[in-house]
Design a protein around this ligand. Sequence first.
Ligand code: NAI
Length: 331
Amino acid sequence: MRVAVFSAKDYDRESLAAANEAHGHELVFFEAGLEAKTTPLAQGFPAVCLFVNDEANAEVVQVLAAGGTKLLALRSAGFNHVDLGAAHAAGLTVARVPAYSPHAVAEHAAALVLALNRRIHRAYSRVRDGNFTLGGLCGFDLHGRTVGVIGTGKIGVVFARIMAGFGCRVLGADPHVNPDFEAHGSYAPLAEVLAASDVISLHCPLTPQTRHLIGAETIAAMKPGVMLINTGRGGLVDTRAVIEGLKRGQIGYLGLDVYEEEEELFFADHSSEVIQDDVFMRLLTFPNVLITAHQGFFTREAVRNIAETTLANVSAFESGEGTVERVLPPE
Ligand code: NAI
């Protein structure tokens, strides 16, 4: 099948080309992200391959369908960047990579917890600068602390297991009970998890119900000085409310791998430009904030699995044999 691959970085080209040896599709790589003005690039491609910040809104989906596209193959687990109703109405199949490595993201969340707690980001530059003092670097024992996991699916369970390994008490909030989680922690209502946790980590998908799940009200319900970690999706958190929480000390530590407006910033080098996003730049001024640019998924194992499952979806769609990991529109 001819596949237009959008937002193609060097590592995408390498991993997809390697995986394609077993499939033999014609992959055409575009560095550009998919958005209304780049959609014509996909004209005549039966399959279009997207990453997390490509925007398949209703307008894009209709132009793709009119140009002959039949399949949207997402190189991600999340699908909040696709208008599923519009895709379905236009006759497009949407496929994703439901699980490529829950370990990659959960381990990254744990890395943020450890780095923030022991101020590794500050210690690193201090020592390189010849400053060997310890003032301001004091952390706390994770052992015995309470960790709240919001969203106890594949990634949340691995994160819960890691934190239980540190000797933490793990609490989970999720409308669906997952027996795998109960091996490492116990469920409680969201309000209780917020009030009891020293560390809160978000592992639920971004949906209309979870947008700004963390806002002024939920932040006020947390323990003063709480550590908040978001490796889920930027829109789960109301960034302005979090900044207020940081200024008041209600939030003691913030670790982000995702950001509400990341489409304008992440996965590109803006180091020679004046960044116009004042909210993001304010976040960077806090010593107790650590931000990574959506790299939770980025391990060798995950990148390989993403490429293999993406192309397996394309092959199964083309041949009608095997499994297409379809995403269906909400009922
Ligand atoms: P999953 O589908 O296995 O688990 C998600 C869980 O969230 C489910 O148990 C679901 O019931 C729960 N949930 C839904 N609404 C909720 C709510 N209102 N409150 C609490 N829980 C709720 O998904 P998985 O694989 O664990 O991934 C979780 C999320 O992580 C993805 O949706 C994606 O947004 C994000 N992600 C981030 C990556 C990164 O690189 N930073 C990479 C991969 C995923």
